[in-house]
Design a protein around this ligand. Sequence first.
Ligand SMILES: [Fe+2]
Ligand SMILES: [Fe+2]
Length: 177
Amino acid sequence: MIRPNLSEAVSKQVNAELYSAYLYLSMSAWADRKGLKGMSSWLYVQYQEESTHGLHLYRFLLDRGGTPEYWPIEKPESEWESPLALYEHVARHEAHVTALLNDIASLSMQEKDHATYQFVMWYVNEQVEEESNAETIIQRLQLIGSNSGQLLTLDAELGARVFVNPFPMTGAIPTVA
Ligand SMILES: [Fe+2]
Ligand SMILES: [Fe+2]
């Protein structure tokens, strides 16, 4: 059984992942409105991933006898100056999520809750890719500058990304493997 302080931390992480999903949905709509359909689709895949993360953590919490809490999900921003500004926001946001996950990993160790530690380490490792993806796109956008032809080439590349659910599913809620 998970301790109340860790239960609260995981519950907060569920909220953070659902907020991430909401933020990416907003970003996806912004890109759509700007005619960047590939970028919009890439950001929508992020939305799908983050929703799955939230539900996967939620399932874990229930499996460990935790008590989910339901804080409001903050309203995300909906305007960015440019694709570069948007991806800089992605990078900042993912670094923030990494810090939250590191805190849960540290608390799990402190509480000697190895099951929670092992579970959350999947997320800690996943963040390496999340941060690196954002940085790579930022570098591409910096090189592209104001060249709209190259921006459309990048847009087409980003549009090729498809959502792959990393977790086995039971109904709508991912099962904790
Ligand atoms: Fe996530
Ligand atoms: Fe993420």
